[in-house]
Design a protein around this ligand. Sequence first.
Ligand SMILES: *[C@@H]1O[C@H](CO)[C@@H](O)[C@H](O)[C@H]1NC(C)=O
Ligand SMILES: *[C@@H]1O[C@H](CO)[C@@H](O)[C@H](O)[C@H]1NC(C)=O
Ligand SMILES: *[C@@H]1O[C@H](CO)[C@@H](O)[C@H](O)[C@H]1NC(C)=O
Length: 438
Amino acid sequence: MLLFSVTCLPTAILFADRHLPEVKTTAGVVRGRVVPAPQGSKVNEYLGVPFAQPPVGDLRYHDPVRLDKLPSDPYEATDHKYSCIQFLDETFGSFAGSAMWNAPNDLREDCLYLNVWTPRSSGKKAVMVWIYGGGFYSGSNALWVYDGKALAAHGDVIVVAPNYRVGTFGFLSTGDGKIKGEQKHNRGASSAGLHLMSARSQPLFRRAIYESGSPDSHWSFMTSLQARNRSRAFLRGVNCSRDDDADAILRCLRALPVDVIQSAEWVDSRFMVFPWAPTVDGRFLTDTPYSLMKAGRFQHKESLLGVNKNEGTFWILYVLDGFTKDGPSLQNRTTFKRGVDVIAWDLSEETRAQLKQLYRPTDDRGRAAAFRDALGDVCGDRSFTCPTWEMATTLADTGAPTYFYYLAYRATTEVWPPWMGVIHGAEIQVGPCIPYAV
Ligand SMILES: *[C@@H]1O[C@H](CO)[C@@H](O)[C@H](O)[C@H]1NC(C)=O
Ligand SMILES: *[C@@H]1O[C@H](CO)[C@@H](O)[C@H](O)[C@H]1NC(C)=O
Ligand SMILES: *[C@@H]1O[C@H](CO)[C@@H](O)[C@H](O)[C@H]1NC(C)=O
């Protein structure tokens, strides 16, 4: 999850009516609303503004295409439009802890809309762009936790929150350069640090905030080989293999109903493998994030990065046996070892043995809880904390101003059980948008 601020832009706001702010764009006039923000202030809100042509029909699996004319003029930007096609998490029904991450509006392929909140005072403002997380398979700018009005008012900044396509719709890549996904405009989630490494994104932003992730996390990037494997499995699943003929594959895919594509996209269900992610495409990314990072081939921009105390608990709850949100989920030595094998399935047996040794609880009291917590740490350290820390040290070594936070405060309003601690995503609830908004 990431928030980055771009260079200052002038605000071109014409007040047609006290209550209906209008902005003139090259594609037509956008009309928003004035909405109350916390602490008695007000901001201009523009919801559901299209920023590209609907990526449907021949534009499915295509880069976003410029929108020259808004669907109406003025365009009434008063409601969220649609979220991109994605799976909703129904594991715990309407339980607020999980349901809060599900898109609340209709899911459609026609989903390239953004929201903007602007302060009502005049003058140049910094722009902050919110790029949602969601493992490249989910996410929506319509979540209430991503409402930017409090941040716009409190920070006197312009907040912009675009949608981007997820799953194969956003990230299908055959790994051989024939079908490349549409990463050019598809700033994905936690690995949006990729923008630091993409020459194409360089002029677009000045500094960045990375919450719980780095482009070098094992889940935030596909190697060419992984892309090839996964796309082959996916194309077989939807009967669109077509002997690797890219044009024939695309014709086949563009003719399929959305639900056929969606139900075939989860080609790998192993722990923390989100089937689709950015990959080296030669345009947006010219090499793997690890190589680019090691070679110092990234921009030395001011950064704020951080992690939460218990990044791993959310993921082990969903996958490991013996974990439940309705109880203490105590573990023993056997289940601890088995859990490490699941979490680190892709590492060698020797490395897994070292992990079991390293994370094995040493205290004698409360061991069952300690085994449980150790599994959360193995997962959280590997998937979030270490990659984020490594990125922070790499950035700091360049001399760029680099700040790191560690969130160890568990909100009194947290609905997940106490053993899950300060979970993945908890920073969003204590972050800039929410405290005033609830
Ligand atoms: C790709 O698939 C082959 C055969 O299924 C497998 O042996 C290999 O490990 C896979 N490679 C990756 C990087 O997923
Ligand atoms: C793919 O083709 C096979 C065999 O012709 C068929 O059984 C299957 O239903 C097809 N799958 C899809 C997703 O169309
Ligand atoms: C550990 O817990 C598992 C699952 O609850 C149980 O089946 C197993 O018997 C326990 N092993 C020991 C050594 O207590």
